[in-house]
Write a protein that binds this ligand. Sequence first.
Ligand code: SF4
Length: 626
Amino acid sequence: MKSLCILEIDLSSGCMETTSPDLTEDLAQLGGLALNARILSERIPRGVDPLGPDNVLIFSPGLLAGSGFPTASRTEASALSPLTGGFGTSNSGLFFGGDLKRSGYDALVFRGQAKNPVFLAIEGKMPRLLDAFPLWGRDAWEAIEDLEGLYPKASMALIGTAGENLVRFASIQNRRHDAWGRTGLGAVMGSKKLKAIVIAPEGKVKAFHAENFRSIRQQATQAIRASRYYEPFKATGTMGAMPVYGKFSALPTRNFSGEPIPEWSRNFGRSLEERYIRGRMACESCWIACGHLVSIEKGPYRGEDLKALEITPTITFCAQAGLSVEDSFKATELCQRLGMDMVSAGSTAAMAFELWEKGKIPSPHTTYPLCWGDGEAFCRLLGDMAHRQGMGNILAEGAARAAKKLGEAEAAMHIRGLEIPMIDPRGRWSSFTFGMLTNIRGGDHLRCRNPFENLKENLQDEDLIWEAFRLPEAEYQKADIVPASLKKKILDSERSQVHLPLMARWSEDLITLFNTFGICIRPPLLNAIGPTLLSETCRAFTGRDISPETLMQQAAGTWDTIRRFNLNQGEGPEAASFPRKFFLPAHSLKGLCPEKLTLVLKSYYRARGWDDQGHPPKRTPDTRMV
Ligand code: SF4
């Protein structure tokens, strides 16, 4: 397997060098998340200021980015998070990862802090640090327009106003509509005075065994097309799940009040697609094209064209904050322009609305009312957060810090400092919602999801340990879970159930592999591609032979590494807990039982080979009993 080529950029001195660490036998050699975990854990000791020069910001495309493998476009960006104080990491697609690989680099590592704003331009294979003074102060879309004049077809990663102002949940925008959104990496980029990365490559990405790799790509394409999730997901993208969460009463209505939203399915289902969608958007090597381009033809936002109507912003803005659909489009656009994570910004603003409605925000902090459903006030508040003005300056610290400052710590809906998206676990208990608790980056749904989730079923298990499977036998048979003895434990075919802690561990490790290979984790992919196909792909693409079992074992090792990193940064056992609201009943929802939850968590720790407090062994063993 060829060695890695990492471009290291010291922003303090302006020096650049390429390095080729010898990581043979390690998953990190494949790039993506595994590489970032390795670099951060080696370079960030306890006590580093996330917004200081010693933090390190890494962009690593997954192994297959740019190779033509279905959806292989993803890049993992990581740093010590200014929002959570732990492992900050986020994943994004489009063409950035493929373009970085085509320019000959497997990763970019930024350290230090520039004195004045700069941007990195890679043309062909030539990297240069250039003056970004004229771009500083421009929002992300304005800066893209300026840069497009110089580099018309380049890939771009850049920060907007929020990143420059060190808003703790600032995103790094991946061109106009996509982002490395979660954990505040935009603030790290802003602290380094790095406005943008622009890549205009020349080369090609080549496989070790070109013929074999072509055949594996076809095999993967067929498997994805055969997935039961493929047709529905291709037709509706993430929006297909919108009505489901309403039906389960699992919406985060008004900052997780538990209140159902009448007519949710009718108002926020397929009718939205018919009314607004004007086109589709896709990442490199993806024909699924799940991104929805939206045009607004009437009303105050007439003429707006943007990528919206994804489930996450729509639920965050419309359910959690109570906005209308068109106000949610405006909020989406603002987050993209200003460079803020939509989940964190939306959740933090929704918390402010709740506190204002309850009279818990003293008047000097805000000069305008924050009434549920007031889109204008909501959008104004987003602007104030990005510019750190008035109340926005407090909220720019993230929900947990802001709530504490306002003396209302329990109002913040977060885990490990990261705001929780989308789903109320009291309404829908599954690996998906349990995974928010075990997620190495905090309250988030994208690092643990059952590849066989059955959204038609919502059987709430009293002991919180089982999730309904109830899919056809063929689905059980084709599930690529190795070894077979583990498959039997995770998927109980007799009772047609999924063992939730074991599935959480399995899917976290599988997603770690996806984020290392650079493949999208959308349902048809996660359902269709397992470690056996990944192992064959790795052999054809790199020449390196890693068995499916070893791949999963190494992914578990990466998860352990990140867990150790978080513990080393000072994370205590209390971090793995839900906000108090989830333990209380509300409307038709029953509160979760804390004692039962503790048992599920312990079962999960055991499945990982960790102790009862969630501490992994000093070194990941080569084999692990489940
Ligand atoms: S499914 Fe959607 S997010 Fe995933 S690669 Fe395709 S277009 Fe990108």
